[in-house]
Design a protein around this ligand. Structure first.
Ligand SMILES: Cc1cc2nc3c(=O)[nH]c(=O)nc-3n(C[C@H](O)[C@H](O)[C@H](O)COP(=O)(O)OP(=O)(O)OC[C@H]3O[C@@H](n4cnc5c(N)ncnc54)[C@H](O)[C@@H]3O)c2cc1C
Length: 337
């Protein structure tokens, strides 16, 4: 058995001094690598057990001070520290009252035990659950190989759009809701500075760089995720469809955030998760809602518009219908919430 060194960091600076690579870089380097970050450890341990990464050192950031707070203000929004667990987000009443779709997304992720361990930062930076990516016997594009095995293989859970290069889907269903609220990811960079990136720019598509799913570089640490304040006119809803009712990854999930004026919709953000290699805004659906308001007919039209660019693979055409159904439902439920 390979020995692993363990380092308990107590400050961001200390963690940055100890870390010298990322999971993505190790995957490209034929498993070799030295030192990576671990927060909840669920994905890091899974990747190690799957034989996909074999770091020499694991830097535990769970004890880094200041990353475990939820700071809410009705005026400025909510700042959720990167080490806050999904369980703590789920229990927070300010988040439930003001950011219902986020509460719903978190409450539907994984299981209660896993949510007790999962951190928000780790959840955003986890790697895809594509079974070819997770298999040591399949050297796929994301691991430095030259094939996407899903495109002609068992692709029933895979991407129904933007799947020309790699057909994996992003694992975080929490990200679907965060994007609908226009979240910003705060990052401590490798030079000791801080930067804030809109969540839509945090993700990296396979067309941009097949090796990565997010912009993080070695030594960069997510410190928090910030959601802007929402007015009392904002309505939101999130629905996740899995293969089973019990814990499962999303087959399809949608988040809707709308600013309403009666039945009129002044602003809409509609996000699809598990549709594409990264979460995507359904801008066609947003336009339908803003032009027509929220009615049974416009909810249906928005759901149709959300799948206009779908390019399903041989075995996942059913996901197009699932997306349309849950999106129509989420739009109508949001106005009743
Ligand atoms: C059976 C199962 C079902 C699940 N279902 C769902 C689901 O339905 N929806 C969902 O959203 N999630 C789901 N998850 C994911 C889970 O909830 C965790 O969020 C996820 O596995 C990783 O979180 P973690 O804190 O354990 O991260 P870790 O495993 O510690 O880290 C994950 C990655 O993030 C990096 N990292 C960690 N923290 C930071 C940071 N602060 N800054 C920069 N990089 C960082 C690590 O280096 C690593 O690359 C599921 C997991 C399992 C095992």
């Amino acid at each position: 058995m390979k020995k692993i060194r363990w380092y308990d960091a107590t400050t961001i600076k200390e963690a940055q001094q100890e870390v010298d690579t990322t999971v993505s870089a190790i995957l490209q380097n034929n498993k070799r690598g030295t030192s990576i970050i671990k927060s909840g450890g669920l994905d890091v341990m899974d990747l190690m057990k799957e034989g996909l990464i074999a770091p020499e050192k694991v830097v535990n950031i769970r004890n880094v001070t200041g990353l475990d707070k939820i700071e809410f203000s009705a005026k400025s929004g909510v700042r959720i520290g990167a080490n806050v667990t999904l369980a703590a987000i789920e229990k927070n009443s300010d988040i439930r009252n003001s950011y219902l779709a986020l509460h719903q997304a978190v409450a539907k992720a994984a299981t209660p035990q896993l949510r007790n361990m999962s951190t928000l930062g780790g959840n955003l930076a986890q790697r895809t659950r594509c079974w070819y990516f997770r298999s040591i016997d399949h050297p796929c594009l994301r691991k430095g190989g030259d094939t996407c095995f899903a495109k002609k293989g068992e692709n029933e859970y895979h991407a129904v759009m933007n799947n020309g290069t790699c057909a994996s889907v992003y694992a975080s269903s929490v990200a679907t809701a965060l994007m609908a609220f226009g979240a910003v990811v705060e990052i401590a960079d490798e030079n000791g500075g801080r930067k804030s990136i809109p969540i839509e720019e945090f993700f990296v598509t396979p067309y941009e760089d097949i090796r990565k799913e997010n912009v993080l570089k070695a030594g960069e640490i997510i410190t928090a995720v910030v959601l802007p304040a929402v007015s009392d006119k904002v309505r939101s809803y999130y629905i996740k469809q899995g293969a089973r009712q019990s814990y499962d990854w999303a087959l399809a999930d949608v988040a809707v955030v709308m600013e309403m004026a009666g039945k009129k919709c002044k602003d809409a953000k509609v996000v699809l998760g598990a549709a594409s290699p990264v979460p995507v805004r359904a801008k066609g659906a947003e336009s339908v809602l803003m032009e027509n308001g929220v009615l049974e007919s416009s909810a249906l039209a928005a759901a149709e518009a959300s799948m206009e660019k779908a390019t399903p693979l041989e075995k996942n055409g059913y996901k197009v219908t699932v997306f349309k159904t849950i999106l129509q439902r989420a739009i109508l439920k949001a106005t009743q919430s």
